[in-house]
Design a binder for this molecule. Structure first.
Ligand SMILES: Nc1nc2c(ncn2[C@@H]2O[C@H](COP(=O)(O)OP(=O)(O)OP(=O)(O)O)[C@@H](O)[C@H]2O)c(=O)[nH]1
Length: 332
């Protein structure tokens, strides 16, 4: 097969987000892509439990992450993934050997929005990676069942979102349905998403040059679907020195009290002026916890180690400058 995803003129590495309901054929697709003889260096980020049989000969990198599920007040489970995703993608872009493409396989229940947002929210990643397309795998036999499922108020129907967000749809497992059933599913998909190109497949086998490196992602369409898409952001702060514990506590509790609805997730590794411990801060909306390196059984600050504080906020309507200035005001 000819190389499907050559580098784009902008020099950015194309990223394909593979989504689809549990059991629809995502892993089958990823394995098929990795085993095809296309000569491309593709990194796969697995975002779920379970194994992918990856052939090391063909694949230069495989990064397996396990999604940490956090039960949050609003049921949002994506925020931690975003933090981890940023970390893994940053690592991938720092590799000496250049990658031709990145595939992210999301969990069957994940709404693809937050994963896609990562490529617009993080300033560094934005320069190196380009969201190429959202590829949704649909199980022709069972998709109607999932699309029809009534959810409690306020709970999204992930199948519906996955179809709505897709740039490409693999209508998979066509071997399990009749012609009539297939045409019914096609109509239904078209009603939800009129623009996505649909490929009928068995075992997720669609032509690769129709799947990778296409610049199919259409930001305007997604912003229409989800007006807050570009509001979300990640703010990372690095500050030398040590913090005054009283000031820090006051700052954090005020911040999370006032902005906790907008700050989905916060994390930090901090240096406090009265201690040689490193302090790990974890926040989820309004809730926060601190743990010292002693409590975690980890080393504290070494005698000649430079004291540096790191904070990360993931959320929406975040004012980077304001967060940075008020954080730095807590340094002694
Ligand atoms: N009959 C049939 N079975 C298929 C087809 N594609 C995949 N399968 C099977 O469906 C099952 C689920 O496929 P996976 O690729 O693991 O699905 P997945 O979306 O990764 O599933 P999760 O990891 O649970 O989200 C496996 O047993 C596959 O062999 C197809 O086109 N036809």
């Amino acid at each position: 097969m000819a190389a499907a995803a050559a580098h784009m003129p902008d020099g950015k590495i194309p990223v394909t987000v593979v989504t689809g309901f549990l059991g629809s054929g995502k892993t089958t697709l990823v394995n098929y892509i990795l085993q095809e003889n296309h000569g491309l260096k593709i990194a796969v980020i697995e975002n779920e439990f379970g194994e992918v049989g990856i052939d090391d000969e063909l694949v230069s990198t495989s990064v397996e992450t396990q999604e940490e599920l956090f039960e949050m007040n609003n049921g949002c489970v994506c925020c931690t993934v975003r933090g981890d995703l940023v970390r893994i993608l940053t690592k991938l872009t720092q590799r000496k050997k250049r990658l031709d493409a990145v595939l992210i396989e999301t969990t069957g229940l994940a709404d693809p929005g937050p994963v896609a947002q990562t490529f617009f929210a993080d300033e560094d990643l934005k320069l190196k990676l380009r969201l190429d397309s959202i590829l949704t795998v649909v199980d022709a036999k069972h998709v109607m069942l999932h699309l029809d499922e009534k959810k409690p108020e306020g709970v999204t129907n992930e199948s519906l979102e996955q179809v709505a967000f897709a740039d490409r749809i693999l209508l998979n497992k066509v071997d399990l349905v009749s012609k009539d059933e297939l045409s019914g599913v096609r109509h239904r998909l078209k009603r939800i998403n009129a623009t996505a190109q649909v490929f009928e497949t068995e075992r997720s086998r669609a032509p690769l040059d129709k799947l990778l490196g296409l610049s199919a992602f259409d930001l305007n369409r997604i912003v229409d679907l989800m007006p807050t898409f570009l509001d979300d952001a990640t703010v990372g702060i690095l500050a030398d020195g040590s913090l005054d514990q009283m000031k820090l506590n006051k700052w954090l509790s005020n911040l999370l009290q006032e902005k906790g609805n907008d700050i989905y997730r916060s994390k930090g590794v901090l240096s406090l002026s009265h201690s040689t411990d490193k302090y790990v801060f974890q926040g989820v909306h309004h809730q926060m916890t601190f743990a010292s390196s002693t409590e975690l059984g980890k080393p504290g600050w070494a005698e000649n180690e430079k004291r540096v504080n790191k904070m990360v906020f993931i959320g929406k309507h975040l004012n980077r400058q304001e967060l940075e200035d008020s954080f730095k005001a807590c340094i002694v």
